[in-house]
Write a protein that binds this ligand. Sequence first.
Ligand code: NFS
Length: 653
Amino acid sequence: MAEKKKPDAILTVCDATQVMLNAAREQGVETIFDRAAKMKPCPIGAEGICCKNCAMGPCRVTPPKGDEPAKTGLCGATAETIAARNFARMVAAGSAAHSDHARGVAEVFLAAAKGEIPGYGVKDVQKLLQLAMDFGLDSENMELSDIAVEVGKRCVAQFGQQEGELVFAKRAPLKRQELWRKLNLMPRGIDREVVELMHRTHMGVDQDYKNLTAQAARAALADGWGGSMISTELQDIMFGTPVPITGTINLGVLKEDEVNIIVHGHDPLMSEMVVVACQDPEMIKLAQSKGAKGLNLTGMCCTASEILVRHGIPVAGNFLQQELAIVTGVVDAMVIDVQCEMQALHRVSQCYHTQLITTSPKAKIYGAKHIEFNEHDPINTAKQIVREAIEAYPRRKSKAVIPDIRQDMVVGFSHETITYLLGGKFRASYRPLNDNIIGGRIRGIAGVVGCNNARVGHDEGNLQLIKELIKNDVLVLTTGCSAMACGKAGLLVPEAAAKYCGAGLAEVCETVGIPPVLHMGSCVDNSRILMAATAVVKEGGLGDDISDLPVAGAAPEWMSEKALAIGHYFVASGVYTIFGVTFPTSGSKIYQDYLFNELENEWGGKWDFALDPLEMARKMIEHIDKKRKALGIDKARDRVLFDMAMRRELDAV
Ligand code: NFS
């Protein structure tokens, strides 16, 4: 099912990206778009039926032709075992990535709480107290700093916990928790689940595809309701829980006459300090002394979302725009932390004056300058980085090519904010949202998340899908690169409601003054979507589990293993989840049938695949309608206030 992109296929629907792609080609700079055309994916690997888990292989167990017996690996492993193992390993890697990010955040949080790090503090006291409650802390007579230390210690302990249950998993609806306990899916500790999954996918261990899928769920749930949720919560406490804020997006945010710094990656610990350093008068003066008008800080990928939703810092672009940003010739420093950073950045930066700087000991790029983020003196590391950018500014050598394309947007919809926005100041709750779903103005909710993928049109799948959903009155929650695609296309402004939505959703959005697509943050912030779904369940009237809700999840342009981990924790949380581009188990019919059909009977959620975004929308809406029917709200209409004539008519019956 690894579909080939037609040679004449659209490479991008983002105008700024197209301008830069043309510029790159004119300048002879190779990008991922060129490499994707030159090198096709290996079909056997893409379908999940190549096993390289031992040195007797790789064994390629292609489907049998005609009457041929089914092939197995040398050890006898069947196609379904091999597909399940490969799938599980991707989930393990994705869960590990989110969770190791979270570990770093938790360690810094704890050190900051102990007063060991200048510059980080507690911005959201309410959330700190909420976490204290989650962890069962008797905090009434405790100093705030002591509460922070205790919460920090308990969060760090979640990673190495060996038994029991992850604390945030107990935030899920009770019925879901019971199901996890019954099916042995409840995560015990974050590291434990990932390590066990790696063990079980080793040669000759777990060879039952259903059992493997269950452990993959335990690892994925340890991500969604563990690692990712810990990241979101602690980042909110330290840097502030997002509230609606305006921002600007696309490569047109770069400025020819200023020092441009792009922070790229996922971890806000360092970028938060770069924000502070860029506001330092001493730094601004230094930039001016080199002839620049000032310092222009922008972001890329999920790090961008982190500082966008909290500070309104402009976003240069999403995953497939990272090399092209450098091609503008005005990026003085690209500063990366961890995840989704292409090694090709180094080669592209060599064609220009751009200083590529790595900052994490976990993510170095050969040839790039490494300035290690010193978590005990973060502001000085940040200043050193800014100085590097300023020093690079006079070395600009190529003509600036900055597309004059940028778009305003409203972002920062944490699930707490949704409560407030929809319920109003005096009645903050999810009630109005539930009522609008029950009444049918809002047909359902979709979480559309994930990456860009060079095998399909850049931003095309995300936008086609989301436009179709909102046209059909489905409210969309979005994060990551998908959210950025929406921002660039003008879907993250309240005015988008009148332009793109069905009448019901438009009416709700216009009344409340929100966009029909709500930007909830970075990829670890998919945990906010879990919390929003839980809040809808707890509000009442729409069943008693996430699997009862008229909701669906999608990643139409996914590429990273993290996306697969996210998908799997959505499925294991009871959500119908559909991916585009390709599906990594398609080589085994038995295994794919299990994920796409049977799983729903066990978990209430299941996987699905559609290459065409409109087909994807159709399937999601069909699922939403199925859930509406089961809830008995498929024919629901708004409550009508009866006038006298209507009453008389009733009496007459
Ligand atoms: Ni998430 Fe994909 Fe990467 Fe962020 Fe973008 S590619 S799974 S959205 S930047 S992690």
